[in-house]
Design a protein around this ligand. Sequence first.
Ligand SMILES: Cc1cc2nc3c(=O)[nH]c(=O)nc-3n(C[C@H](O)[C@H](O)[C@H](O)COP(=O)(O)O)c2cc1C
Ligand code: SF4
Length: 620
Amino acid sequence: MYNRAQEFEAAGKIMALTETDTSMLTRIVERHGSDATELVQILRDVQSAFRHIPGQAMDLLANALGIERAQVQAVTEFYTFFSTEPRGRYDILISDSITDHMLGSREIAAYLFDKLGVQPGQTRPDGQVSVDFTSCTGMCEQGPAGLVNGLTITRLTRERVDRIVDLVNAGTPVAQWPREFFRVNDNVHRADLILKTDLKRGSALKWSNTRGAASTLEEIEKSGLRGRGGAGFSTGMKWKFCREAKAGPDDGTSARYVVCNADEGEPGTFKDRVLLQSHADKVFEGMTLCGRVIGARQGYLYLRGEYLYLLEHLNRVLEQRRANGLLGASILGEAGYDFDIEVRIGAGAYICGEESALIESLEGKRGVPRNRPPYPVTNGFRNKPTVVNNVETFAAAALIGLKGGAWFAAAGTEKSKGTKILSIAGDCAKPGIYEYPFGTLIRKILNDCGAKDTFGLQIGGPSGVFIADTEFDRVLGFEDLPTGGSFMIFDRSRDVLEIVRNFTHFFAHESCGFCTPCRVGTSLLRNQLDKICAGHGAKGDLQELSHIAKLIKAASHCGLGQTAANPILSTLERYPEIYEERLKVKTFEPGFDLDGALEVARRMAGRDDAHAHLEQEAAL
Ligand SMILES: Cc1cc2nc3c(=O)[nH]c(=O)nc-3n(C[C@H](O)[C@H](O)[C@H](O)COP(=O)(O)O)c2cc1C
Ligand code: SF4
């Protein structure tokens, strides 16, 4: 691998690019067709070659791609996996999900950092290694987990850390590290319609070719399939809207697009990882079927950066499908049925799971959610009609293509047809993947995975809902408990406030910063909760917490901000006493309204406080 990071490190950022650097950068740009929509992919390659994005490289990239340097810089600064300072030759990130914490990640990380002699967020002075924490890496049932130079490592123990430290200090290339460090298991414990039904490669497409696009769409509609990414929008309706949307002028690319959302960033969710690893053909077949229905020639699978280890496998499956005539020109010999799929990879930003932010990222920009309407079905990738669906949605669609809508609709409930794949982690004997028909009781799921002495569970990830032990007769489904698939179990030994604190830190870290209620509000929530957890909170702080939480929910631009306060609101409602117990024993209840008294002076001086600022934003 080309690597000049150390010299850059020694010389600082002013070091000029050499001819070799320049030709390396030019080659990277050319490999991506000098296409500015590939900026995120290009920056990934630059980061990998130089271990950072040198300032001079930004100038060169801007020139070569015909975009502003400010755009290159803004994109560089947006994504966690890009850095303007050289990272270590070994870049180690430890997953900071609550489920990793429960498996001892914090202690393991402290041991690792100590043995390597480097602090989180820093690079060791010899440039050999840098370490930090990162948001959930999707290995919740086989943690503590992390990433080494972007590749997933699982089941970290002290013994494994000792070996890693030796490998780092000896300079052993990651490719020569023991394979078992990188082993990722599927851990499927219950399979149903999607995981159990075999799909012979191409069989759903053959069926669709015989019946035609309109009839294929009818079956999808008949199945009652709703999106598995969380929001649960009707898949048939989404495909229909896109099919009927005006395509716009033909610019030589695709008139419409299919996008598979494989960003899977919600902490506690890892079922898409398993589908991509062991059922990739179902996912690609579903995307190709969708391409036929809506009239698209191009599809993209947007893979979260943390799943880099899956990239080679996915590209191999795509190659096989091309070789089998299931992708490319005239699929299965049908003239005009042209469709191909490319995998594009993210760079560490949870917000890029939000469909419009994902499209921005696919276009090489910062992942900032768009204003909606217009929706992607009319104005999506490159402003063309675009279907964005979750990985599981496409896998289900492929099987519906093969077996028919009625087959799928026979399982589940009236408003929630079919099955749902859950990622179960936390306090249970058998964490892993479980597929259930909608309508299944939460109590049964807990029983099946061996959960004991359960205090409560977080359904749908931090943005979902926390349910108490009095609610286990509730059911899985859009009528009661919808979920993208995350199911985190907590027993009575756990500290609820620590869980909520972890989720709140996650949102403050992942807020894209575009709108003030979320940018400022998530930080205020984090600080307020830290204060309460540290035992410094007074009664007024609880009211303040609840006030800010409601404000963020009501005033934020997108789903991240609108749900960021859910963990606080749902636990405050169920367990107010847990918060109250954590307050200072003796609190000073002011008999005098200091804030009110300062109001006049503030107005006269034209000064504002954080609250007033938030409220003003909310009113806009
Ligand atoms: C902050 C945020 C993160 C999201 N992350 C994901 C994700 O990782 N995967 C996903 O499929 N949908 C995610 N979504 C939902 C998508 O915006 C979108 O609804 C979904 O991809 C549509 O596919 P579906 O209809 O098949 O569910 C997220 C939404 C928000 C607001
Ligand atoms: S709500 Fe948060 S994540 Fe969404 S646009 Fe606003 S700042 Fe960005």
